[in-house]
Design a protein around this ligand. Structure first.
Ligand code: DC
Length: 235
């Protein structure tokens, strides 16, 4: 394909926690040579700041008052996303179970969602992206070329989350993780603003029974089928 025929593409991957969105999206981004955007990290970063200021993450007035103090930048190095909060790279500090709950709480506040909207849309304006989150196909990129709503059984998702936490040196029991995950999914999918639901034009993919490689191949075929391109423009 000639260079001028390449075009920007947008791929939206939504779904509940632990469905495998980030691992799959990262692998697809590498295969397609496009930017992977982990939008959950943005909500986690706001949650982290709210926690650091000892504020209640459900108190919209208190959280809104903090937003002007927050600058979030996304940096990409060798395909890896780094999130800077007021210039500081928080690394895995935003990945703890406590930060998951803070992120979920602040993400139900309209003020936080509009605060993070432009950051997300601006990346997709400048780059071909695969973005994972909860409202990418419904709100952030409603015209995305490919929309996937990724799911897996609760038990399967909890097992994966325990392993993922263990890799980061965080130990938690299967029962705790399952209970936290169910509480968070319920809050995320029933909230008034941008609930985590499949867009009407999303392909729903339950990947409980598939190997990682099978999932990657399945989604790559979907991308090729929906976009008609096998080569995309990075930026
Ligand atoms: O994907 P994650 O587990 O890192 O997301 C953390 C929380 O942020 C999740 O419970 C819901 C919220 N979130 C959201 O509301 N919208 C997004 N696009 C991404 C995450």
């Amino acid at each position: 394909m000639r260079k001028e025929e390449k075009r920007m593409i947008q791929i939206a991957i939504d779904g509940p926690s632990g469905a495998g969105k980030s691992t799959l999206a990262k692998a697809l981004a590498a295969r397609l040579g496009i930017v992977y955007v982990d939008t959950g990290a943005l909500y986690r970063t706001v949650g982290y700041y709210v926690r650091s200021q000892d504020q209640n993450p459900r108190d919209e007035a208190a959280v809104s008052a903090l937003l002007p103090q927050i600058t979030i930048e996304l940096k990409y190095e060798n395909g890896a996303q780094r999130v800077l909060l007021n210039g500081e790279d928080l690394g895995d500090k935003i990945r703890t179970p406590e930060m998951s709950m803070y992120a979920s709480a602040v993400s139900s506040l309209p003020a936080v969602r509009s605060f993070l909207l432009d950051t997300q849309r601006n990346i997709a304006k400048k780059n071909s992206v695969i973005m994972d989150g909860r409202d990418i196909g419904t709100v952030i990129l409603p015209n995305a070329d490919v929309k996937v709503f990724l799911t897996a059984s609760d038990e399967c998702r909890a097992r994966r989350r325990v392993a993922e936490l263990a890799e980061k040196g965080i130990t938690d029991t299967f029962e705790n993780v399952l209970a936290d995950m169910r509480a968070r999914d319920k809050a995320d999918s029933t909230r008034a603003v941008a609930p985590a639901v499949a867009a009407p034009d999303a392909v729903v993919f339950d990947n409980s029974e598939y190997s990682f490689e099978e999932c990657v191949e399945h989604l790559l075929h979907l991308v090729y089928e929906k976009t008609g391109v096998t080569e995309v423009c990075r930026a």
